[in-house]
Design a protein. Structure first.
Length: 332
């Protein structure tokens, strides 16, 4: 199953939880066990979507006693992920190093700012689907997305920040919704920061008018006494938990959705028995109460894929995103 770009936006068909599929590799997984701590890398600063995924999964694995070895969360920011990918690519065959991944592993190389793409690494498992969310300061004059876009039409210099590189996930997401609202893609003044945390800092500092980021990473910062407000979320339907009161883009008359898949990859040429071990581990993790509670609080949707399925999905995503970037005028 692949993502599809239409006039409505970029959406990924959400897959049902397929943990039982991962369990098929359990017998093979028993042939290998980690012999030391696993480096689990978030290729960005703390506070973003990769960081949230790494720390949440690491905590659940530990709290549920699913692994004998520790999963050590490590942040390697820079280049929209490119700095971390270059380091990981030079550690071929290491079965004790994983990293969180999402659309930038496709988009950043397509934009020409990384020599490494998904084909250089080992897919482990797709885990969840997240969504984009547009945030403004709590005292902002903009009450909904249409207010924001009306102001952007009047003043094209107005800036919207994001935690991914130009031409990458947050940029594509905000350009897509702005285009659906009638604003030219090239007219969106997108400011890239090295992670969602830095983007939020600049929003609160008044350096950008709005921020687009992952709904999951923003969920814990929203509430009646928060310094930020959400104008809309890119999901096809309203999310649950702390995001339940946030209207979708479509509710506001903007026919656009955007899904953010997130998963885990490993070093180049990771041994098959290590891949099987991690496949099984993450499949079992998705079945735990701790995971399901965290998932619901973050507004995530389980979308498990095995290594083989995830690899095929990534290949299809590259083809789809190539068309999206070309259509939006971001690559030629």
């Amino acid at each position: 199953m692949t993502a599809k770009f239409t006039a409505k936006g970029l959406t990924a068909i959400v897959l049902p939880l397929a943990a039982l599929t991962g369990l098929a590799g359990a017998a093979q997984a028993e042939d290998w066990m980690p012999s030391r701590s696993i480096e689990f890398i978030a290729p960005a600063n703390p506070g973003g979507g990769w960081d949230t995924l790494v720390r949440t999964t690491s905590r659940v694995i530990q709290s549920e006693g699913l692994a004998d070895q520790n999963f050590a969360a490590i942040n390697v920011p820079g280049g929209g992920g490119a700095v971390a990918w270059a380091q990981i690519a030079n550690d071929s065959g290491n079965p004790h190093k994983l990293f969180a991944t999402s659309p930038p592993i496709i988009l950043v190389p397509l934009a020409g700012t990384s020599r490494y793409d998904h084909t250089h690494f080992t897919p482990i498992a797709r885990l969840i689907t997240d969504y984009s969310i547009v945030l403004v300061p709590a005292d902002s004059e903009y009450q909904d997305l249409n207010d924001l876009f009306d102001a952007m039409r009047e003043d094209p210099s107005m800036s919207v920040g994001g935690g991914s590189a130009p031409g990458s996930m947050d940029h594509i997401s905000v350009v897509g919704v702005a285009s659906a609202a009638g604003i030219e893609a090239q007219g969106v003044n997108y400011i890239a920061f090295s992670g969602g945390g830095e983007a939020m800092t600049n929003l609160m500092g008044g350096h950008v008018e709005a921020v687009i980021t992952g709904a999951g990473e923003a969920a814990g910062q929203l509430g009646p006494d928060s310094d930020i407000r959400a104008l809309g979320v890119s999901s096809p339907e309203r999310l649950g938990g702390p995001l339940a009161d946030i209207p979708t883009y479509q509710e506001q008359g903007i026919d656009y959705t955007f899904d953010i898949w997130r998963g885990v990859m490993g070093t180049p040429d990771m041994p098959d028995e290590a891949v099987a071990y991690y496949e099984d581990l993450f499949a079992r993790m998705l079945e735990t109460d701790d995971w399901q509670e965290a998932r619901d609080q973050l507004g995530w949707i389980d979308a498990y894929q095995t290594s083989e399925e995830f690899g095929a999905f990534l290949d299809a995503q590259k083809e789809e995103f190539s068309g999206v970037l070309t259509e939006l005028g971001l690559i030629r």
